[in-house]
Design a protein around this ligand. Sequence first.
Ligand code: ZN
Ligand code: ZN
Length: 212
Amino acid sequence: MSSPRNSKQFTEPWYTAYYFLQQDIDIRCPECDGHAISRGKSEYLLPWCPTGTRVVCTRCSYTRTCENFSWSGPVKGFGRRPCSACGHKWVNARVNCESTPQRPFNTVEAPCPECGAVNVVDISWSIDFFSGRPLDPYNGERLWYVDDVRGNEIWAYNTAHLTYLREYISSSLRERGDHAGKYSIITNLPAWMKSKKNRDDVIKTLDRLMKM
Ligand SMILES: [Zn+2]
Ligand SMILES: [Zn+2]
């Protein structure tokens, strides 16, 4: 039987991450591991081009301000070429690094999927802003609100984001809202978070994070 409490309807708009990224982001201070604030501006979510980024710790004196964009998070490289041995198109090369490589490189070796010959492929680098991991996309620092539910990471940019997630997870009626695009946060929530059997654990974890 569904009581009124069990049939709560989700009435918030289907925001993209951009909505929450226009507010302060709560992060771990890279210096003391305490609670710090990350800020910046980007005109759009796509393309994501942050300017005026700033980290301020609420515990130690750490401050970092960059007019020119600086990034300490993950980067990815991609390149492709026709195989030098058999001409097969394409030999693709992908590299993922947790941070900018200490010794920069612009080529990697990759085997041809057709003939197996090793090719030297030129790659170009880009910043991995939205890796699906708990990182702040302005400065690449680790988020403050991170916890674990049965081996799965749950995270939020700030308390507004936590509250939004809790609102969705605790609703039993989850009709697709207006502007429910492919970039909306809810469209991109992992299945384990949406699943009924994890609901109580996810809500408990979100409540715990909100008290941090
Ligand atoms: Zn600090
Ligand atoms: Zn080949």
